[in-house]
Design a protein around this ligand. Structure first.
Ligand SMILES: Nc1ncnc2c1ncn2[C@@H]1O[C@H](COP(=O)(O)OP(=O)(O)O)[C@@H](O)[C@H]1O
Ligand SMILES: [Mg+2]
Length: 238
């Protein structure tokens, strides 16, 4: 069987604040298979962004292991992290984080340059599927929020990463635009066999993903979005 894209084994994260140590993630086990999709919910401050930051390598684990695409990251240094981020990872944030001096096409092409790739059929497909093919020459600051987020999705996926991390990508959009962005994101990542870890507050957005999990008291649990509470088992996908 193919390696999972992400595996966390007994992963813990705490932050030191003066004399206090503040535990955010407590012995989390988590697996994301190739092409699988997981929604992560949880109260504000429950550690959702911290979990994503572990996977991007911007925060080190306090203990436990992180495996990415079959490799244990514990000995990774900057070159290994850069290679992973450039080749295999796409990220979308609530604030679209587009490069404002650039136009739409230049934004989307940005990760291609990092990988010495050229615009190809996949990028044509992306902009068609996202409905932004008419906007390629426009400056990103002139676009609506929904349009900007669709450009951000195209940029995150232009180099066909194995993994997409999305941190509340619909948080700055109105309800209708948010659901449209989710529908498109889900369609494209299914088409590209991209694994997705989506942080969201919206049960409707979470329902686009195959699996719904919740962070609660440092533990990762299965979410029952209908009951809005977590069951008591910790979650590992086999
Ligand atoms: N770099 C940091 N230094 C210290 N504390 C942090 C840092 N990042 C996050 N935290 C703390 O970790 C907890 C979880 O934060 P976060 O992961 O941003 O939550 P969420 O995304 O679920 O709202 C919060 O209490 C936050 O203050
Ligand atoms: Mg957050």
């Amino acid at each position: 069987m193919e390696n999972p894209v992400v595996t966390l084994k007994q992963a813990s994260k705490s932050f030191v604040d003066g004399k206090d140590t503040h535990s955010v993630l407590d012995s989390v086990d988590f697996t994301l298979a190739t092409g699988a999709s997981v929604a992560l919910t949880g109260a504000s401050g429950s550690g959702k962004s911290t979990l994503l930051n572990l996977i991007t390598g911007f925060e080190p684990l306090s203990s436990g292991e992180l495996w990415l695409d079959g490799e244990n990251t514990s000995a990774w240094k900057d070159p290994q992290w850069s290679r992973f981020r450039h080749q295999k990872l796409g990220v979308i944030f609530q604030q679209f984080n587009l490069l404002t001096p650039l136009n739409v096409k230049q934004n989307i092409a940005f990760p291609l340059h990092l990988n010495q790739q050229k615009w190809g059929d996949w990028c044509d497909y992306l902009v068609e599927a996202l409905g932004i093919s008419e906007l390629l020459d426009r400056h990103v600051s002139a676009l609506s929020g929904g349009q900007q987020q669709r450009v951000a999705i195209a940029r995150a996926l232009a180099h066909k990463p194995k993994l997409l991390l999305a941190d509340e990508p619909t948080g700055n959009l109105d309800h209708k635009a948010g659901l449209e962005v989710m529908r498109l994101l889900n369609k494209i990542t299914t088409q590209g066999n991209t694994a997705v870890l989506l942080v969201t507050h919206s049960p409707e957005c979470a329902n686009f993903m195959q699996t719904q999990l919740v962070l609660d008291d440092g533990k990762l649990k299965r979410a029952d979005l209908n009951k809005k509470q977590a069951s008591d088992i910790s979650y590992v996908e086999s």
